[in-house]
Design a protein. Structure first.
Length: 370
């Protein structure tokens, strides 16, 4: 990765942190709302203005794209051998990258938002791209400010974003041969859409699913998973299941998440409660698991001069603690963008880049041996 590209990642993460990336859970206050909530009402886009997912150019990662960012490899990574015996395809939904308040949904041709989305695919989806073909759609994501209000405009913005995700998935799924395994993954806004996608398609794809990585967004075992027809990942060698985690340092204060999430309702109308929040430890691959730093085979860490990124093993441990993932150990300097409450939301993938890679490969091999 060249110096300029890596510095852009740092710049974007700074913007996310300054804006308050977890405002999606209604953190912030009136000043933040006045500055970031889009002005005016949501306006439906003109017919035919959305992405055409039959074209590789409307994807960030796609098997027919050259320079696919999901194929980036950090220094210090040597892929294990052998690779899975059968080709695997991963569908990845990137997080929010449109921070301006001038509209409710990001335009597809916004250069900054496009480039930022590519960088997130590079730093997050690359953990799957070392052994799987990754498909990551560009989509008319809900703008950052849409998460600061709970109203008709915000709902319409999220519905539009999801309609693109569903259209991309409808293009993706038929291209994957019958009997070939698939991985689904997302982060933050991407995971919110992934929950909805799984609620619609979970029963249909259950037999083909290696695992679903719903990262950086809370999932209720009682209120969300039944609609998906999927189980939580209880074991490291389990396939066809759901993983979710939200990373906090010590002492952590997840009250912003809890205040906005507890009491909301899942697809079947059941209330979400903290005691039902899913936490699967990405190091152990088990629900409610705990691991010492030595078990973490690689955290993604930028170099001192910010010109590259590599893996550092044995630095970050983690344990599931009342629904959240508490990290510990000698946490490396991965950037100054920890959010209020010791919230490591921005680094949910970076902290566990190699464990997530190993977890996905292990579950793929388990799927193939069924």
């Amino acid at each position: 990765m060249c110096a300029r590209r890596f510095l852009v990642i740092v710049t974007i993460l700074t913007l996310l942190a300054v804006a308050g990336a977890f405002a999606m859970f209604q953190f912030g206050g009136e000043l933040l709302k006045r500055q970031m909530v889009p002005q005016g009402q949501f306006e439906s886009p003109r017919p035919g203005s959305g992405p055409d997912y039959a074209l590789p150019d409307d994807w960030i990662a796609h098997p027919e794209l050259s320079g696919d960012p999901s194929q980036w490899r950090p220094s210090g990574f040597s892929p294990p051998d052998p690779a899975p015996e059968q080709r695997v395809s991963a569908f990845f939904i990137h997080p929010t990258t449109y921070l301006r308040p001038d509209r409710w949904n990001a335009p597809l041709d916004d250069p900054q938002s496009r480039r930022t989305a590519e960088l997130f695919v590079q730093s997050q989806a690359s953990t799957f791209g070392q052994f799987a073909q990754v498909w990551a759609p560009r989509y008319r994501q809900a703008a950052y400010g849409a998460f600061l209000l709970d109203g008709r405009d915000s709902s319409q913005a999220l519905d539009l974003a999801y309609s693109d995700i569903e259209a991309a998935f409808e293009e993706f799924l038929p291209t994957i041969p019958d009997g070939q395994p698939i991985i689904l993954a997302g982060h933050s806004q991407g995971s919110l859409h992934l929950i909805r996608l799984l609620s619609s398609y979970g029963p249909e794809i259950r037999d083909r699913l290696v695992a679903a990585y719903v990262v950086g967004w809370p999932v209720s075992v009682a209120a969300d998973l039944p609609a998906m027809g999927l189980a939580p990942c209880e074991r490291a060698d389990q396939s066809g299941c759901v993983l979710s985690w939200q990373s906090f340092g010590e002492p952590g204060n997840p009250s912003i998440v809890l205040d906005a999430w507890v009491g909301t309702r899942g697809p079947f109308g059941l209330e979400r409660a903290r005691e039902h929040m899913l936490c699967v430890n990405p190091i152990t691959g088990t629900r409610g698991g705990a691991a010492l730093p030595q078990a973490n085979r690689g955290t993604l860490v930028p170099s001192t001069d910010m010109t590259s990124a590599g893996l550092e093993p044995g630095r970050v441990g983690a344990r599931c603690d009342n629904g959240f993932l508490t990290i510990g150990g000698e946490i490396p300097d991965i950037g100054p963008f920890v959010l209020p409450g010791n919230n490591y939301h921005v680094y949910d993938y970076a902290l566990f880049w190699r464990p997530v890679h190993d977890d996905a490969r292990r579950r793929t091999e388990a799927w193939l041996k069924r």
